[in-house]
Design a protein around this ligand. Structure first.
Ligand code: NAD
Length: 402
């Protein structure tokens, strides 16, 4: 199953339970717009290189679309469609007045100089500048994009349309970005994990946690889990991972990763090497996939030894694996709830404490709504989350009219 088909599989499943009917389902299964652009840039050696760029808008019934920009060599249109759809369901799950979009460039930033990356980003904005905007579609960071990339986007867009910091989220604080934005997704993931463990009579304090991916999301998830007293026993990045049954030195690893080094080079007392595959089947209380999609396949799912999986990455579990987890009684807190934090208001000066307080409130409310459905209708968490999201989007779409 390709990524977009997998994303829509869950919609069809929820839609059947809700008896939404084919008319509404058809509307929710398709994207509003797909902008494919080619982006030529001059490389530092004078050669011309042309990259493929995407900005796809899935559904704007509830408000301007928003969603990340991914820079990755394997990015293709099917991935972007799936990721754009996920954003629609996420913004609906946390009930913020936005729709869903996604985009990116098929490129490997590790092979580009800083100057090339900047030229590529600015040219991309030129190509899509009519399609984005604070009231239209708002890009954000995703894999291999960060606050600097968002600053270039904001600047390039502002040169064309006038000063518009609200055109992106995840920009630096000095350019009116939100305090705590970098940490927000990881913080939301840990809030949800905490809520779940509390509900089943356990606690994050003392729980063992393994995290795949040590970037924007995984690093902060590890840090917050550690601050809550969890024992983070394994973490990994693209180069592989490190493990320690007694708990890793997370502040030390965070400092190490911030110096732009890969975990394969990390040395520490009692630390052993672990592959990305082995991390997924490590015996832990909480498994947090926080890297790329599709890593929890059916075969991996049979070997997973976690009590609960909290999906920090987008679409880490393929539908066949979801069924295995259901049969095995392993709870999966889905991406559209776990990593759904997205700030409601643009350009508001909140302190980090205020942001985190609001975040906790919103994530806990979303968690509570979905838990209510899980318990009252005896549904899986993913299905329940889709039912909540679909209900909200379908109502908005019908009220606005086709
Ligand atoms: P990032 O680029 O900051 O970090 C990605 C991490 O994954 C890095 O540590 C990288 O080394 C690692 N990685 C890359 N390829 C890998 C591979 N093949 N195997 C194992 N590890 C690999 O990206 P991010 O922003 O942290 O995003 C991670 C996931 O979270 C993605 O699925 C993204 O869509 C999702 N997400 C991100 C945000 C956000 O705010 N940044 C929000 C919601 C969801």
């Amino acid at each position: 199953m390709k990524a977009f088909e997998a994303a829509n599989h869950y919609i069809s499943k929820a839609s059947r339970i809700m008896t939404l009917g084919p008319r509404v389902e058809r509307l929710l299964l398709s994207l509003e717009a797909e902008h494919h652009v080619s982006i030529p840039i001059e490389r530092d050696n004078g050669e011309l290189a042309v990259f493929s760029g995407y900005r796809f808008q899935h559904n704007s019934a509830r408000g301007p679309t928003k969603g990340g920009l991914r820079f990755h060599p394997k990015l293709d249109a099917d991935d972007v469609r799936a990721l754009a759809a996920l954003m629609t369901w996420k913004t609906a799950v946390v009930n913020v007045p936005f729709g869903g979009a996604k985009g990116g460039i098929a490129c490997d930033p590790a092979q580009l100089s800083q100057g090339e990356l900047e030229r590529l980003t600015r040219k991309f904005v030129e190509r899509i500048s009519q399609e984005i905007g604070p009231q239209r579609d708002i890009p954000a960071p995703d894999v291999n994009t960060n606050a600097q990339v968002m600053a270039w986007i904001m600047d390039q867009y502002s040169r064309l349309h006038g000063f518009a910091p609200a055109v992106v989220t995840g920009k630096p604080v000095e350019l009116h970005g939100s305090e705590g934005r970098e940490a927000a997704t990881g913080y939301g993931v840990i809030c949800v994990a905490e809520n779940f463990l509390h509900d089943v009579g356990e606690s994050l304090k003392g729980a063992s946690v393994a995290i795949q991916g040590f970037g924007n999301v995984g690093l902060f998830a590890a840090l917050f889990a550690h601050e809550c007293g969890a024992k983070v026993v394994a973490v990994s990045d693209v180069s592989g991972g490190v493990a320690n049954r007694d708990g890793l030195d997370i502040p030390g690893l965070v400092e190490f990763a911030r110096s732009r080094r890969l975990l394969a080079e990390y040395q520490g007392d009692g630390v052993s090497r672990i592959t990305n595959d082995a991390l997924l089947t490590y015996e832990v209380d909480v498994l947090i996939p926080a890297a790329l999609g599709g890593v929890l396949t059916r075969d991996v799912a049979r070997e997973v030894r976690a009590k609960v999986i909290v999906e920090a990455a987008n679409a880490p579990t393929v539908p066949e694996a979801d069924e295995v987890f259901e049969q095995r009684g392993i709870t999966v807190i889905p991406d559209i709830l776990a990593n759904a934090w997205t700030q409601n208001l643009q350009c508001l000066r909140w302190t980090e404490e205020e942001v985190n307080g609001r975040l906790r409130q919103i994530m806990t409310a979303a968690y509570g709504t979905i838990r209510g459905l899980v318990q009252s209708r005896k549904l899986g968490w993913r299905t329940a989350a889709y039912i909540v999201a679909l209900g909200r989007v379908a109502k908005a779409a019908m009220l606005r009219g086709v």
